[in-house]
Design a protein. Structure first.
Length: 434
């Protein structure tokens, strides 16, 4: 039924308009109470449905807020646990298959104490991008307390077997706690060169690791500059000649020297191969007597900034060139510094012009390992900014002493020998030459 009404608006003509059915119902409510009742019931149902929808929305938001708070709390706990961790990897230079100890330290208070330190949270990231987690069954190793962090709980794991299965190169070590990572620490891993024949091996593919009781040092060899010297060194390493040998001579701000204590196993001495490598920090060079072709097994590692008098082409009166044949990688200079900083005392066998050069407790080479080169890691061991020495003259023939100024050199030796009552070899020792 459509109801009509008269609409009167001042200034306009009267108009007849229809009312909508709901308004008609209201107008007819006194005559139709059932329609009014049904309308009220529908309104109540619609209101109740709206209230239920609003309640469900509110409950959903509350649940989301609770989940977010829980996640935030877990993340905060993980962050607290992870940031409370300290990681240490020893050594940071290793031969694949040898032990590599990861020590994790933590002050176990607050949220951190509730989260255990477990090996399967240790993540190893290899050079090729491969990520590996430590086996959860990895046994824990005894860990000595850190004297600098009293009260810290320390746990250690041998990650050596896991590292050995990765691509050789730089490995990043993290501790992952619910997605929050502590670290990284780094370990440089090399694959040991097996079954090396020192007489036929391609020396360009080899490097060496000197493992000492003070740490390990990576050595790049220079077969292109001193092939006979490098091959002699490789022969000695294959025989394990240097394993267990001390650095018997430490001359402060100059060099550390080894090679004493075992008889040289070969008859032939190593001929001089003087070259253009400057004797700067980290350089390995052969020790010798006054005969330039008298080198055998003694070698030294330069610790001073530049021992110019050992360079080929040096024109000073104390010039004493030696054969440089390798270089400690700059990343391991801290180990070299430690070796060179040991206490020393007088050395009656080698006066060295009064310098104290005999270590009170000599540092020891535990072993020397030949390893396979891994591309750019050993491509440039010399730190940038170090200039090369001048071009090398032709090495002298056997039995001929190299002397930039023969007259001054002869007079100097003769005078000192006469004064000291000793021979030329005694003068060399007193002057502190290798």
């Amino acid at each position: 039924m459509i109801a009509l009404g008269l609409l009167l608006v001042p200034g306009f003509a009267p108009a007849v308009v229809p009312f909508s059915p709901p308004l008609c119902v209201l107008l007819q409510s006194e005559e139709d109470p059932e329609a009014l009742r049904q309308m009220k019931e529908r309104a109540m149902k619609e209101g109740e449905a709206e209230r239920m929808r609003a309640s469900r929305t509110l409950e959903s938001k509350e649940r989301e807020a609770e989940a977010a708070a829980a996640a935030s709390s877990a993340a905060a706990a993980a962050l607290a646990a992870a940031t409370a961790l300290s990681l240490d990897v020893t050594p940071n230079l290793a031969v694949a298959g040898s032990p590599v100890l990861l020590t994790i330290g933590r002050f176990e208070t607050g949220d951190a104490a509730r989260i255990p330190v477990v090996p399967n949270n240790v993540v190893l990231l290899a050079r090729d991008g491969t990520e590996t987690r430590l086996d959860p069954r990895t046994p824990q190793k005894p860990a000595a307390p850190d004297p600098g962090a009293p009260g810290q709980v320390r746990r250690s794991f041998d990650i050596g077997p896991a590292v050995a299965n990765l691509t050789p190169g730089l490995v990043q070590v993290y501790y992952d706690q619910n997605g929050v990572r502590a670290g990284p620490k780094q370990v440089l891993v090399f694959r040991e060169a097996k079954d090396v024949d020192p007489d036929t091996a391609d020396l360009r593919n080899l490097a060496a690791i000197l493992e000492t009781d003070k740490g390990s040092m990576l050595v790049e060899l220079y077969p292109d500059k001193a092939p006979k010297t490098v091959r002699n060194f490789v022969r000695l390493v294959v025989r394990k000649f240097y394993d267990g040998m001390p650095f018997h001579r430490v001359k402060k701000n100059a060099f550390i020297q080894t090679g004493e204590g075992k008889p040289y196993p070969f008859e032939e001495k190593v001929p001089a191969e003087f070259n253009a490598v400057a004797h700067r920090k980290g350089i390995l060079a052969m020790g010798r007597r006054d005969d330039p072709n008298s080198a055998t097994c003694h070698f030294f590692i330069v610790h001073g900034s530049h021992l110019a008098y050992l360079d080929q082409g040096y024109a000073g009166e104390n010039a004493y060139p030696t054969t440089a044949f390798g270089q400690v990688h700059a990343r391991d200079f801290s180990i070299l510094d430690t070796l060179a900083s040991v206490p020393v005392g007088p050395n009656p066998e080698r006066p060295d012009n009064g310098a104290e050069t005999k270590p009170v407790q000599p540092p020891v080479i535990r072993r020397v390992a030949l390893v396979e080169k891994i591309g750019p890691v050993t491509a440039s061991a010399v730190p940038p900014g170090i200039p090369a020495a001048r071009p090398a003259p032709v090495p002298p023939a056997r039995g001929v002493r190299p002397t930039p100024n023969p007259r001054e050199r002869t007079l100097e030796v003769k005078t000192k020998a006469e004064e000291d009552g000793g021979g030329e070899e005694d003068v060399r020792k007193k002057q502190g030459r290798p």
